[in-house]
Design a protein around this ligand. Sequence first.
Ligand code: GRF
Length: 199
Amino acid sequence: ARLVVLISGSGSNLQALLDACADPAYGAQVVAVGADRDGIAGLARAAAAGVPTFVHKVKSFAERADWDRALTSSVASYQPDLVVSAGFLKLVGDDFLESFGDRYINTHNALLPAFPGIHGPRDALEYGVKVAGATLFFVDGGVDTGPIIAQVVVPVLDDDTVEDLTERIKDVERRQLVEWVGRLVREGWTITGRKVRLK
Ligand code: GRF
């Protein structure tokens, strides 16, 4: 199966996918990596793995919809079976969702529907919850609102800093992402309302 991975940062989730794809039994290949900014470590990881990259910055386009069309067209040119947002910090628009809405997944570093947005671990710590975790879901038009594929839980410890909790979540988040991307591409999936099932 063909994966396109979208990133905005360090790309540790991308790296986990690249490593998993080295085993033919995994059943997937990262055929391209897209980003919304230059100079990020994730793009260097893609280049080191010999994977083609593309960058579309929102500010290079007059309208957000033009950016969305450019992103859609670049992703489509690689004919992905699954598009993975792995720390991609942009909300895609209508064009993108029309093309990939049934095969665009995102990993979020909180237990949705609690703590959506870009500060999941910080918000969870401030709220005082005793467990936190990561959620893998199909992206819809909202912010971290789509049908949930899988969740994984970690404890919140009394003396945790935001960094401690963030790293504890990322460790299990990467493993969840690798496990479920593999299952999705090998087994196929259906989405009925909010229910995601493997075929
Ligand atoms: C992940 O924890 C994701 O949930 C959050 O950003 C992180 C991405 O990290 N939105 P990386 O770029 O894969 O290292």
